[in-house]
Design a protein around this ligand. Structure first.
Ligand SMILES: Cc1cc2nc3c(=O)[nH]c(=O)nc-3n(C[C@H](O)[C@H](O)[C@H](O)COP(=O)(O)O)c2cc1C
Length: 168
């Protein structure tokens, strides 16, 4: 199965996970880059004024892949604005897609909001969706990822059921 991982990451957490998944799945990896500086203040401004994130051109064609996996942080229960922009941009040539995030923790209604965001931006509901809760503000390390193995295996299992470490 040809898999493309599209990642946006502000503080590095989702990029670390994306690199790990890309290696485990033999997937191609494309990083969403912003054209204006990102700060915590601009995150709040984007959310307050419903501003879309401005991103650089994405040099990839989703039609060359069987599945596209989007990875991005959540900001105020929503998929980070630059990723929503990337999803909208790729939508016309997108087939099956899924969304996963290394995020802060559970918030009321968050999973539903994420599903709505992904569906609105791509034009289709995500095949799979996963929130991995960090419950910490510090950047994740390779050791943190090791502790999250069961949840990461769940994502790997979307694409290669035999790769699961635990029996269903
Ligand atoms: C302004 C802001 C708002 C956030 N809101 C949420 C939220 O609503 N839900 C959540 O689970 N995490 C939230 N987080 C935490 C991030 O999703 C989390 O730290 C994530 O791992 C950062 O990913 P990155 O390092 O790839 O940018 C928020 C972080 C910031 C900076």
């Amino acid at each position: 199965m040809r898999i493309l991982i599209v990642v946006y990451s502000f503080t590095g957490n989702n990029l670390l996970l994306a690199r790990h998944l890309a290696q485990a799945l033999g997937a191609d990896l494309v990083e969403v880059r912003e054209t204006t500086p990102r700060t915590p203040v601009t995150i709040l401004l984007d959310l307050m004024f419903r501003r879309p994130g401005k991103i650089a051109p994405l040099h990839t064609d989703p039609q060359e892949y069987d599945h596209v996996l989007f990875l991005a942080p959540l900001w105020n229960r929503r998929i980070a604005t630059p990723m929503r922009t990337a999803m909208r941009r790729l939508a016309p040539r997108l087939g099956a897609c899924s969304f996963a995030t290394l995020c802060g923790g559970d918030r009321a209604g968050q999973s539903e909001t994420v599903r709505k965001d992904a569906t609105a931006a791509t034009g289709r509901p995500p095949t799979h969706q996963k929130e991995i809760w960090l419950e910490t503000q510090r950047p994740v390390t390779a050791e943190d990822l090791a502790r999250l193995t069961p949840q990461i295996d769940e994502i790997l299992g979307w694409f290669a059921p035999a790769a699961r470490t635990t029996s269903p």
